[in-house]
Write a protein that binds this ligand. Structure first.
Ligand code: PMP
Length: 459
């Protein structure tokens, strides 16, 4: 444990989220004190390149003054108001107008919430509401995917395919949550199976699931264009092209969870654009405000919005909302963030530096620890394997991913180990030079980890 009083107070009082609490108790936490561009500095003065942009989110890095100024200006003008009871405020209207203008076709209505979890939770509620209003009360089941991540509320953790977020929390809740296989071609593609054949097998699994459960019981499929929390897993070729017609045929909605992919991460404004998805709802958050303020948005199609209108007529009100949903300060920061993206052509920048990023990480395929490198835009996953030829994984108890993460940290690089996949989503403003530095530090971390495990029998 680090002996200063801040770390002692942290250990005594702060419950860290998504943390190995035992490791925290024995080792303490890294407490971040400040940021500059793509770098952050901890309370002990150590500097890191933040190759995860925090939690896949700080798209404009850690020192964008314009966002701080937009927040301050809005706080002085109107620090708080809500959108309940026919009230509202300009920042939420202007941001909704802006999102509707840039949204994928047909998603012209915007419901603001505070987090990705809340927006996905609201999507679930609206889907159930929609099917009740249109007289299909049996059509309520939701399909997620193994290792998919949609949030941590009771419903969204049930929809997610992350067993450690369900065990002992009494989740998944009820019997409305179904899961398809994880579409990781490298890990789950069969011997001799092409990527396209793997996608076809995934689509057949969807057909079989619908046949088994009955299309009249299934309301929607939620999918991240690129699975983030699952390990930065890009979809296999043709995956969404095969999945979508099946959903359409069975009147099953598609919700694109763009909490990570939205606003340029994949090299297009939306991940849906990159992968040809035509969602009925789209969830975005994180990069909507560059994460300088908590804000998420659920973009809704006309038919679903019409159901909200009909329901409101029936019940006298649309009965959903949060105190801080569409907070004016968060919306003002969101507007400024989107203005900066356009002024600086952030998507053009992502496209320009993406080859440096993907080739820089790709060059590490030769490393003894690396089995696979896959990514798009500025998101990538590096899978560590015990045997490159057979793709045999390390035994989970050996925690090789965590070892690499720690050795990277010692080399001045924050990455995230998801099991034995190392995820990268640097701030979108990262330069080619900084990417090269990032890759150099990653190689140093890999080398240090390899020096410790080479030749050892891991169990
Ligand atoms: N969906 C996806 C795809 C995410 O990656 C996340 C968060 N990492 C969420 C939803 C949940 O967002 P939040 O943590 O803001 O609730």
């Amino acid at each position: 444990m680090r002996p200063n009083s801040l770390h002692a107070a942290d250990l005594a009082h702060l419950v860290h989220q998504q943390t190995d609490l035992g490791a925290h108790e024995s080792e303490g936490a890294i407490l971040i004190a400040s940021g500059n561009g793509v770098r952050v500095t901890d309370t002990e003065g150590r500097e890191y390149i933040e190759a995860m942009a925090g939690l896949w989110c700080a798209s404009l890095g850690f020192s964008e003054r314009r966002l701080a100024e937009a927040a301050y200006k809005q706080m002085l003008a109107l620090p708080y108001y809500h959108t309940f009871f026919q009230k509202g405020h300009e920042p939420s209207v202007r941001l909704a107008e802006k999102l509707a203008a840039i949204a994928p076709e047909g998603l012209g209505h915007v419901l603001f919430q505070c987090s990705g979890s809340e927006a996905n939770d609201a999507a679930i509620k609206l889907i159930w509401y929609y099917n009740n209003i249109r007289g299909m009360p049996q059509k309520k089941k939701l399909i997620g995917r193994v290792r998919g991540y949609h949030g941590n509320t009771v419903a969204t953790a049930s929809l997610s395919g992350q067993p450690h977020m369900q065990a002992d929390f009494d989740l998944p809740l009820g019997d409305r949550f179904l899961h398809l296989s994880n579409p990781n071609y490298y890990r789950f593609g069969q011997e001799g199976e092409t990527e396209e054949q793997f996608s076809a097998r995934m689509a057949e699994e969807l057909e079989a699931l619908i046949a088994r459960e009955g299309a009249d019981t299934i309301a929607a499929l939620f999918a991240e264009p690129v699975q983030g929390g699952g390990g930065a897993i890009t979809p296999p070729r043709g995956y969404f092209d095969l999945i979508q017609p099946i959903l359409k045929r069975h009147d099953i909605l598609l919700v694109a969870d763009e909490v990570i992919c939205g606003f340029g991460r994949t090299g297009s404004l939306w991940g849906s654009e990159t992968y040809g998805m035509q969602p009925d709802m789209l969830v975005c958050a994180k990069q909507l405000t560059a994460s300088y303020q908590p804000l998420s948005a659920l973009l809704i199609s006309d038919p679903i919005h019409a159901a909200l209108m009909a329901g409101s007529r029936k019940h006298g009100s649309f009965g959903h909302g949060f105190t801080y949903g569409g907070h004016p300060v968060a919306c003002a920061v969101g507007l400024e963030t989107l203005a900066i993206y356009e002024e600086r052509d952030i998507i053009g920048h992502v496209r320009a530096v993406s080859p440096v990023f993907l080739e820089g990480l790709g060059a590490l395929r030769d490393h003894a620890l690396v089995g696979d490198v896959r990514g798009v835009g500025l998101i990538a996953g590096v899978e560590l394997v015990a045997d490159k030829a057979s793709k045999a994984p390390f035994p989970p108890a050996a925690k090789v991913g965590l070892l690499v993460q720690e050795r990277c940290q010692a080399a001045g690089l924050i990455v995230r180990a998801i099991g034995d996949r190392i995820a990268f989503t640097p701030p979108l403003i990262i330069t080619a030079e900084e990417i090269r530095e990032m890759c150099g530090r990653f190689k140093a971390g890999l080398d240090a980890a390899w020096a410790e495990i080479e030749g050892k029998a891991l169990a």
